[in-house]
Design a binder for this molecule. Structure first.
Ligand code: HEM
Length: 393
């Protein structure tokens, strides 16, 4: 496989802002391989968009991938298999009839909360600003995390305290999932976390009828004999992991990239799209070939894992001239994916961001960061610190 750039997914990226690396990769426009595994990563926007919905690529892990677990001691193998079986029921990691059936329940299951989350996000921003005016504060703790928690609470119709417990459990799962190597301790913690979420769902489902559309959809999934409770529980786990972490990262990116100039010059909807594009918290969409295929000029055997580089594609200067600046654009970004796995929370997230931007415009305030730190994984954008203060304009 010919390529110009190597990337190492297994390295520790703590403290590194890899945005510039992704920009260089996008600018070079040449597909890259993982330095450790030799796996292909496709980075050009046009090709990533074409391949995201492609029929010959699946999100479902091939059975033979599980053979690697045979060499583990029995107890470790059992834990790994339990998590793999759970992930296989997630909307994202399933395909075919099962996935289509799940989507039928989930599509439009958040239309009832889209308006509400914009108002909630704006209220949180105003309140945080009132409490932190004139002092240095953590944007993550005072703004991003409460807003993301409020979104999860609204989807699941629970108060902040209960949402915090569910998010804590989901965070354990996402840390296991984003970790590129098998780690028994992380997997064991993830099994416990997944069981805790299932117990919560068991308690929540009986009263789902009078609750949000999303909980009603989970109830319908649990009641469907072709799907069942385990599928509803897997959907819940993906919803929380898929909602909280990336939204915190997008709100962090908003704080770092949106200043007085952007707030004055661009519509809130444009700012929301641009911040999503620049953040792209899920940096790679994982796919497996179902048969031998020619992908972006590369011959790839069947059942081979490849990555679609969403973060690099969103900085491709052929699609987004001057890609690191915010502007009204023609090309659509791929931060939410595309096709049959397109993000189910996209409208809710957009609405939340527009609410935040609207409140910033109203307050004539932006954030200036003094200290920013990043988590170790390359596969997702996650900040571990973001301290700074307000500046009026
Ligand atoms: C900024 C926040 C978010 C980002 C950047 C994001 C991004 C994505 C991406 C890229 C995918 C597709 C992955 C692929 O094709 O491999 C996806 C799928 C998904 N997202 Fe989100 N997401 C966000 C928030 C949410 C929220 C709030 C929910 C709440 C319900 C959610 C639920 C899902 C689900 C269930 C899927 C799987 C859909 C399927 O496979 O059919 N996401 N998301």
């Amino acid at each position: 496989m010919e390529c110009a750039v190597n990337i190492d997914m297994l390295s520790d990226y703590t403290g590194v802002d890899v945005a510039d690396t992704f920009r260089q990769i996008a600018e070079a426009g040449q597909d890259i391989v993982d330095a450790q595994t030799g796996e292909l990563i496709i980075v050009r926007h046009r090709e990533v968009r074409a391949l995201l919905p492609a029929a010959g690529l699946t999100t479902k892990r091939p059975q033979r991938d599980l053979l690697a677990l045979d060499s583990l001691p029995p107890a470790a193998r059992e834990i790994q298999l339990a998590m793999k079986a759970h992930y296989a029921r997630w909307p994202l990691f399933s395909d075919g009839d099962y996935h289509r059936r799940l989507r039928r329940y989930l599509t439009r299951s958040m239309t009832d909360i889209v308006e509400v989350v914009a108002g909630n996000a704006a209220d949180h921003l105003r309140e945080a600003q009132r409490q932190t005016a004139g002092s240095s504060f953590s944007w993550l703790e005072r703004v991003a995390e409460p807003i993301a928690a409020s979104l999860v609470g609204t989807i699941l119709d629970v108060h902040a305290d209960e949402a915090a417990v569910l998010i804590d459990r989901a965070t354990v799962i996402v840390r296991e999932l984003a970790w590129p190597i098998l780690d028994d301790a992380r997997a064991a913690d993830a099994v416990t976390a997944q069981r805790d979420l299932a117990s919560w769902l068991e308690r929540a489902l009986p009263s789902a009828q009078g609750s949000t559309r999303y909980l009603r959809a989970l109830r319908a999934i649990a009641d469907d004999p072709a799907l069942g409770f385990e599928s509803a529980s897997a959907t819940l786990a993906q919803t929380i992991t898929g909602a909280y972490d990336p939204l915190v990262s997008v709100l962090g990116t908003l704080a770092l990239t949106v200043g007085p100039r952007e707030l004055a010059a661009l519509a809130p909807e444009t700012i929301a799209e641009e911040v999503l594009r620049l953040a792209t918290p899920f940096r790679f969409a994982r796919r497996f070939t179902t048969e031998p295929a020619r992908l972006a000029g590369h011959e790839v055997p069947a059942e081979t894992r490849i990555f679609l580089g969403l973060a690099a594609a969103n900085l491709d200067p052929r699609a987004f001239p001057d890609p690191t600046s915010l502007a009204a654009r023609q090309s659509p970004h791929v931060a939410f994916g595309l096709g049959r796995h397109y993000c189910l929370g996209a409208d809710a997230v957009r609405s939340c961001l527009v609410g935040v931007v609207g409140a910033l415009v109203e307050a004539r305030a932006a954030f200036t960061a003094h200290h920013v730190a990043y988590a170790p994984e390359l596969s997702i954008l996650r900040f571990t610190a973001m301290d700074g203060s307000w500046r009026a304009y």
